[in-house]
Design a protein around this ligand. Structure first.
Ligand code: BEZ
Length: 212
């Protein structure tokens, strides 16, 4: 099944390194980052999972729960987590789904036969508290993902949801943002953006980041 932006993230029940998980129930009212990797005991994945563990405070600050997936079994995950903790100097504090029967991989289209006919690709989904998919990315197996970029996108999505602003190219936290084109009411604009805005063009209105 192809997952598109705005779709409801498919629900599932699957075993993990932290026991059986009912996905929607596990997410509760939080945001989620579900990310797949090709296999346990592989070098790039070892660094990715270690780095994600180190970002635990950053995920928590944004109300986000992380969950990883590969098609290896729970016992393998436990042994591998020992290696990740040891080599990356961290503690893996999020579950890794053991998708041995490929149930979740099929739901989320994680096996791309022209890349590899048994292993999952390096995909990632950001899911909002309404269980809607807000970001999908798929990287090649040999390229580790940039988790700072994932946090940046989550910040952008949360700014849009909370403040009716979008973020321009290469935006970083603290830079000016763009008032969404659908917001036209001047009274609401004044209320939302008391620092004012600069209309470079009628459709390009820059304002200081409202939550700073
Ligand atoms: C990996 O670490 O997952 C990996 C590295 C090189 C090629 C494919 C996968």
């Amino acid at each position: 099944m192809t997952i598109r932006l705005g779709d409801i993230a498919p629900d599932f029940q699957q075993e993990s390194s932290q026991g059986s998980i009912s996905f929607h129930q596990w997410l509760g009212d939080k945001w989620g980052v579900l990310f797949s990797h090709p296999a346990d005991f592989t070098p790039v994945c070892t660094t990715e999972l270690g780095f994600t563990a180190k970002l635990a405070d950053e995920f928590a600050k944004r109300n986000v729960k992380a969950i990883a997936l590969s098609v290896d079994p729970v016992e393998s995950h436990h042994r591998w987590i020992g290696d990740i903790d040891e080599t990356q100097g961290t503690t893996v504090n999020f579950p890794i789904l053991a998708d041995v029967d490929r149930k979740v991989s099929e739901l989320y289209d994680l096996i791309h036969p022209n890349a590899n006919d048994t292993l999952t690709v390096r995909s990632l989904f950001v899911i909002d508290p309404n269980k809607k998919v807000r970001l999908t990315i798929t990287y090649p197996a040999s390229t580790g993902r940039n988790f700072h970029e994932i946090l940046r996108v989550i910040d952008s999505l949360q700014l849009t949801d909370n403040h009716k602003v979008a973020t321009p190219a290469n935006w970083q936290d603290g830079d000016d943002v763009v008032i969404v084109p659908s917001l036209k009411d001047e009274e609401e604009i004044k209320q939302r953006f008391p620092k004012g805005y600069k209309a470079v063009k009628p459709y390009l209105r820059l304002t200081p980041q409202p939550n700073r």
